[in-house]
Write a protein that binds this ligand. Structure first.
Ligand SMILES: [Zn+2]
Length: 708
C-alpha cells in the first residue's frame, strides 16, 4: 500500500491541547477495528467504535504492517512484480482502515479525546512512513523489479503501480546518505509538529472573535434562515440578540447584508488578522520556519526550491508553467476587479457614505449593485436551493449522465445523526458503492467542504466497492426554516459530489491508484466540472423548486441569473490568484534563512499590484491549505485554476453536443473510472481528442475580451 504522509496529517488541523481520557467501561469491549466487519456493505460500525478503540487499533495496525513488510523482505525468492510490488500494495490494510475512519471522524465530528489521539498519533505515523520509505532492504528489492521492467510484460496499470511505488521511495529520500536521511526525518517530524500547531492556532483565533448585536437594524436584509442561525449562535453563548462568528458561513452573509459599517469592519479585520496578532496563537514564525524547512528538504532531494520538488510530480511539472498560467489570468482579472471597484464605490457614494471603498464594504455593495443592475437579490434564490432538493438534483444529474441511482439507507450506522447514507447502484441494479453525506455546520466539524474515502475501490483480491463521504458546512435547519443554500453553497454541493463520483465510479485493480488518488492539479477537475451543470437552465428546471410551493425555478430568475453571469468575477479571480502567488512566493524561496512573513507578503502583493480593497483569499497566517491542514497543497494552491482549464474545456464537449449527451458522458465516465492509472493529460486527451484550451475558462470568468 502506498502511504500518503500528507493524508495522515491532512486532518490534524483541529487539535487542541488536552488530556487523554480512557473510557472506563472498556473492559469487555472487543476492538471493532480488528477482524472483519460484518455490516451489510462493509461500512464501518460507527455504533460500536469508541474513542478508546483508536489507539490500540493504531498500535495493532502499525505492528501488522511492520510484520508484513519484514515478511516481503526476507522472502528467499528473487524479487518479482507479484512478490514485491503487489505484495507491498497489500500491506497496511488495517492501518488504512483505521486511519480512514479516524481522520474522517476527526474532521467531521471531533472532540477533545479524538484531538488528543490525533496529536499523539500524527508524528508516529510520520515516522512510520519514513521508516518504510527509507528502508533500503525493501527499496533494493523494489528497485530490482523496476530495473527489469521491460522484460516483465506488465499491463498499463501494473506499469503505473511499479513506477509510482518506485517513485514514492525515491521522493521520500531512500537514496540519501545516512546523515541526510537523519536530517530528513528530523525535518519531516518538525514539519508535522509545526503544521499541527498552525492549525491549532488558527482554530483558536477563528473562535476568538465574534460580533454580537441586539439591534435588529444591524441585520439589514439578512435572509431569515441565517437570522435564525445567528440567533441560535447567540443562545448557545448565552447572549442576547444575534451573534456572528469568523466562520465563512457566518461572516460572509453579515458582510453582504449588514448596513453597520463599524461592525463589518470589526469582523472583516478580525478575519484578516487571524494568526497575525502577536499573541500566543501567532502563526507568522511557524510559516517562516516551515518554508525554511521545506527549502532545506528540497535541497536534500536535489531540487532548487520546494515548488520545483512538488511540481515535478504534478501535471504542471515546474514553477514556470504555474506562473505562466497565473500571469495569463491575473492581468485581465485585475483590470476587471478595478472596474468593479469603481462601480461599488459609486454605489457607496450614492448611499451617502463618502471616502474610499474599503475591504469591508466590498461584499455589501456587491449586493446593492447586483440588485440595482440586475434586480437580483441573492436571497430570493435560497428557497429554490433547499439542501435535499439540491442533493436530489445532483443525483438526477448522475442518473442522466451515468445511469446510476441512489437509494437512501436508514439502517447504516453513522458518526452523527445528521448524516444521510445512500446505496449507489448501476443502471442494472448492481451494487456500486456507498455514499455518506454530512451537510450541516456544527462546532465539532472543521470549516470548509471536503470528500474522503472510507474505503477505496480495488479488484486485487476480489471486488472491493468504494465507500465515500462528503462533508459540508451548510446552515443547519432552524425551527421555522429548513437549510436553504446560497447559490455558491449549492455549487459546493455539486462540487463535492464530483469528487464522490470520482471515487465511486473508479474501476481499477489497485487501491492506491483508484478514484481520487491522482495528482493534486488533476483532482479538482472532476469536482469542478460538476459545478457547470448546477446553474444550466435545463438543469435548474429539474431540481430547483421552491421548498414551500414546489414552484419550478422561474424563467424570470433564470434570465436574471444569466444576466448576472460574470458579475464580480474580477474580485473572485483576483482574491484566489493573489493567494496562489503568495503560496508560490513562499515556496520558490532559495534560502533557509527565515523570511519575515509580513514583509514577504507585502512585497509579493506589491509586485503583482493587488488593490488594497481585496485581501488574498488566504493570508499567510491562516493559509491552512499550505501550512496547516493538508500540506500537500503547498506549492499547489494554483491547482484549482489548473483544473479549471480542464473543467471549462471539458464541459464544452457537452455544450457542443447536449447537456446530457450519452456518448460524451460515456467517454467522460471512462476517464473517471481510470483513477491514477495513467497520466492526467493522457486521459484528458483521450476524452477530448486534443489538449485542453484556456479560452472557455477566460470566457466563463468574463476575462476573454478585456483589453490588456
Ligand atoms: Zn474540491
Amino acid at each position: 500500500m502506498k502511504i500518503r504522509l500528507t493524508y495522515f496529517l491532512a486532518l490534524g488541523i483541529i487539535l487542541s491541547a488536552c488530556t487523554m481520557t480512557n473510557d472506563s467501561d472498556n473492559h469487555d469491549h472487543s476492538n471493532p477495528f480488528i477482524g472483519q466487519w460484518h455490516t451489510r456493505y462493509g461500512t464501518p460500525p460507527f455504533d460500536r467504535i469508541r474513542n478508546s478503540d483508536y489507539l490500540p487499533a493504531f498500535e495493532a495496525a502499525l505492528a501488522e504492517q511492520n510484520a508484513e513488510i519484514k515478511k516481503i523482505i526476507v522472502n528467499d525468492e528473487p524479487p518479482t512484480f507479484a512478490n514485491m510490488i503487489e505484495a507491498f500494495e497489500r500491506t497496511g490494510k488495517l492501518l488504512t482502515r483505521v486511519s480512514n475512519v479516524f481522520f474522517a471522524v476527526n474532521g467531521a465530528n471531533t472532540n477533545d479525546t479524538i484531538q488528543a489521539i490525533a496529536k499523539e498519533i500524527s508524528p508516529r505515523l510520520s515516522s512510520h512512513n519514513d521508516s518504510i520509505f527509507m528502508n533500503l532492504d525493501l527499496f533494493n528489492r523494489i528497485k530490482a523489479v523496476n530495473d527489469s521492467r521491460d522484460s516483465l510484460n506488465l499491463n498499463t496499470e501494473q506499469n503505473r503501480l511499479l513506477e509510482e511505488t518506485f517513485k514514492s521511495f525515491v521522493r521520500s529520500g531512500v537514496n540519501l546518505s545516512d546523515s541526510d536521511q537523519a536530517r530528513l526525518r528530523e525535518i519531516n517530524s518538525n514539519l508535522a509538529t509545526l503544521s499541527q500547531k498552525f492549525g491549532e492556532n488558527l482554530l483558536a483565533e477563528t473562535n476568538d472573535l465574534t460580533v454580537n448585536t441586539t439591534n435588529k437594524e444591524d441585520l439589514g436584509s439578512l435572509p431569515s434562515s441565517l437570522v435564525a442561525v445567528a440567533r441560535n449562535e447567540a443562545e448557545r453563548r448565552g447572549e442576547e440578540g444575534w451573534t456572528f462568528t469568523l466562520s465563512r458561513p457566518s461572516i460572509n452573509p453579515f458582510l453582504q447584508y449588514s448596513p453597520n459599517r463599524e461592525l463589518r469592519k470589526k469582523l472583516f479585520n478580525g478575519y484578516g488578522m487571524r494568526g497575525d496578532n502577536n499573541n500566543d496563537h501567532d502563526n507568522k514564525v511557524i510559516a517562516e520556519k516551515m518554508a525554511s524547512l521545506r527549502y532545506q528538504r528540497a535541497k536534500l532531494m536535489g531540487y532548487p526550491t520546494h515548488a520545483a520538488f512538488i511540481l515535478s510530480d504534478n501535471m504542471a511539472e515546474n514553477p514556470k508553467n504555474v506562473y505562466e498560467l497565473l500571469d495569463k489570468v491575473w492581468s485581465p482579472a485585475l483590470k476587471v476587479a478595478k472596474s468593479e471597484r469603481s462601480a461599488l464605490e459609486d454605489m457607496m457614494h450614492q448611499d451617502g457614505v463618502q471616502g474610499n471603498l474599503e475591504g469591508w464594504d466590498w461584499r455589501y455593495y456587491v449586493e446593492k449593485v447586483r440588485k440595482a443592475r440586475y434586480d437580483l437579490d441573492e436571497d430570493v434564490l435560497r428557497p429554490y436551493f433547499e439542501v435535499n432538493n439540491v442533493r436530489d438534483g445532483v443525483f438526477l444529474l448522475a442518473t442522466k449522465l451515468y445511469g446510476i441511482t441512489f437509494t437512501r439507507l436508514n439502517d447504516v450506522a453513522t458518526w452523527h445523526p445528521d448524516q444521510q447514507v445512500f446505496e449507489v447502484k448501476e443502471a442494472n441494479g448492481e451494487h456500486l458503492g456507498i455514499l455518506y453525506m454530512d451537510f450541516f455546520a456544527r462546532p465539532s466539524k472543521r470549516g470548509g467542504a471536503w470528500m474522503n474515502a472510507l474505503r477505496s475501490q480495488s479488484k486485487l483480491d476480489g471486488v472491493v466497492s468504494p465507500i465515500v463521504t462528503v462533508n459540508f458546512n451548510f446552515p443547519p435547519p432552524a425551527e421555522d426554516s429548513p437549510s436553504l443554500l446560497s447559490f455558491t453553497e449549492a455549487e459546493t454541493l455539486f462540487h463535492e459530489c464530483g469528487h464522490a463520483f470520482h471515487g465511486l465510479l473508479s474501476n481499477v485493480t489497485y487501491a492506491s491508484l483508484s478514484g481520487t488518488n491522482v495528482p493534486r492539479d488533476f483532482v479538482e477537475f472532476p469536482s469542478q466540472v460538476m459545478e457547470n451543470w448546477m446553474a444550466e437552465p435545463e438543469m435548474l428546471k429539474l431540481y430547483a423548486k421552491d421548498y414551500q410551493t414546489g414552484e419550478v425555478f422561474p424563467d424570470e430568475l433564470i434570465n436574471k441569473v444569466k444576466a448576472v453571469g460574470t458579475f464580480n468575477q474580477g474580485f473572485a479571480t483576483v482574491e484566489y490568484i493573489a493567494a496562489s502567488y503568495l503560496d508560490m512566493a513562499w515556496h520558490t524561496l532559495k534560502t533557509s534563512e527565515l523570511q519575515d512573513a509580513r514583509t514577504l507578503e507585502v512585497s509579493e502583493m506589491t509586485r503583482i499590484g493587488l488593490i488594497p480593497q481585496i485581501l488574498p483569499r488566504y493570508r499567510t497566517t491562516y493559509f491552512n491549505h499550505i501550512f496547516g491542514g493538508d500540506p500537500s497543497y503547498s506549492a499547489g494552491y494554483y491547482s484549482y485554476l489548473w483544473s479549471e482549464v480542464l473543467d471549462a474545456d471539458a464541459f464544452q464537449a457537452f455544450k457542443e453536443t447536449s447537456l446530457f449527451d450519452q456518448e460524451t458522458a460515456k467517454k467522460y465516465r471512462y476517464m473517471l473510472s481510470q483513477g491514477g492509472t495513467r497520466p492526467g493529460m493522457e486521459l484528458y486527451k483521450e476524452f477530448r481528442g486534443r489538449e485542453p484550451e484556456i479560452g472557455p475558462l477566460l470566457k466563463r470568468r468574463g476575462l476573454d475580451d478585456v483589453d490588456q
